[in-house]
Design a protein around this ligand. Structure first.
Ligand code: IPM
Ligand code: MG
Length: 373
């Protein structure tokens, strides 16, 4: 028996999570375990009613779970950044979910914009660092002369910056990226562990030719960790170059490890080459704590309640959640169920079909329960 927290969130979030839960329930019935869900009403509606993004009670309650199933947040009534930073990033940081795992895999029957590429060519994993870099939230805008102090405290270090700004007429802004050796090491190790059981090739992404301090540290760590994995071949790619190679030679890649912000960017590219955002899942993982699984797309408010949202990314994230809990056979069946639904043409309209969000979930649940996958 597993207790799993569910946060539907905003827009299409609640409907895709409802469908995902149904599929995971089917998998648990079939494979002989039970999931007890606990729903959390976190998101835009509550924020507008109470002003709360995440409360201390939310965090205390959620920390009792090993896994959270997360839909999407984002709402047109609220300025961009508030829910993203106050809920999604806050959860990733609070639970120290330092691994953002994003498989890029073209499923059978899915159209890719890359001409001539097939599922045999597009099957790699992006391991994105999820707690550091330009996401640490250190920054400010200034007009005029000012002195400001910024500080950041983490378990292993704390930093403090003082800025004396002398700008009489011009407006300027700062945003500071921070990497730590230990923060880099733990994600790079995780990526090498993945590569060691896959095709044994690791590509590290950076921009060490320009941002040579932060990504110089990153590179040093990759070299250091690589020495412990002699069977894995290691290479480095600048972030600008890797966007070209993803398009030209996706078949080259196995495990790609990247600092946080470049990971944000290249995983949207990855999503597109695997068929679009409707097909791209992600896991925010803390191997010793509370992890969170979500589609990488947003809340798509204009499709809310229409039954047209593609639930595949969310169902696939659910498969990752089951894997994380150690239910590997059930996780594999969920992914096979997704593949079968695509082969059978049970797809939403973004993939050329006419199935509803719920219809896709029902088909996949039926395949699983009927032992067809
Ligand atoms: C993602 C998203 C988030 C990120 C936003 C919504 C904060 O783009 O999960 O990739 O930047 O990480
Ligand atoms: Mg993103």
């Amino acid at each position: 028996m597993y207790r799993v927290a569910a946060i539907g969130g905003d827009g299409i979030g609640p409907e895709i999570i409802a469908v995902g839960k149904q599929v995971l329930d089917a998998a648990s019935d079939k494979f002989g375990f039970e999931i007890v869900w606990e729903d959390f009403a976190i998101g835009a509606d509550r924020y507008l009613e109470t002003g709360d993004l995440l409360t201390e009670d939310d965090l205390n309650d959620l920390s009792a779970f090993r896994a959270i199933y997360f839909g999407a947040i984002g709402d047109e009534r609220i300025a961009p950044g508030i829910l993203e930073k106050g809920i999604l990033l806050a959860l990733r940081f609070y639970f120290d979910q330092y691994i953002n795992l994003r498989p890029v895999k073209l499923l059978d029957g899915v159209w890719t914009p890359l001409a001539g590429k097939t599922p045999a060519d597009i099957d790699f994993t992006i391991v994105r660092e999820n707690t550091e870099d330009f996401y640490v939230g250190l920054g400010s805008r200034f007009t005029g002369r000012e002195h400001r102090e910024f500080s950041l405290s983490r378990d292993l270090y704390s930093v403090k910056f003082g800025l004396d700004v002398q700008s009489d007429s011009e407006e300027i802004a700062y945003q500071i990226g921070v990497l730590s050796r230990e923060g880099s090491r733990r994600i790079v190790r995780y990526a090498f562990d993945c590569a060691a059981v896959r095709k044994r090739r690791l590509t590290s992404v950076d921009k060490a030719n320009v941002l040579s301090d932060v990504y110089g540290l990153w590179r040093d760590v990759v070299h250091e960790v690589a020495a412990g994995y002699p069977t894995v071949s290691t290479e480095f790619s600048y972030v600008d170059a890797i966007t070209m190679w993803f398009v030209k030679n996706p078949e080259w890649f196995d495990v790609v490890v990247t600092p946080n912000m470049f990971g944000d960017i290249i995983t949207d590219l990855g999503a597109m080459i695997q068929g679009g955002l409707g097909l791209a899942p992600g896991g925010n993982i803390n191997p010793d704590g509370t992890s969170m699984f979500e589609p990488i797309h947003g809340s798509a408010p204009k499709y809310k309640g229409l039954g047209v949202a593609n639930p595949v990314a969310t169902i696939w994230a659910g498969s990752m959640l089951l894997d994380h809990l150690g239910e590997h056979a059930a996780a594999a069946a969920v992914l096979s169920g997704i593949e079968k639904s695509i082969r059978d043409g049970v797809t939403t309209r973004d993939m050329g079909g006419d199935a509803t969000t719920a219809g896709v979930g029902e088909a996949i649940s039926r395949y699983i329960l009927g032992g067809e996958v």
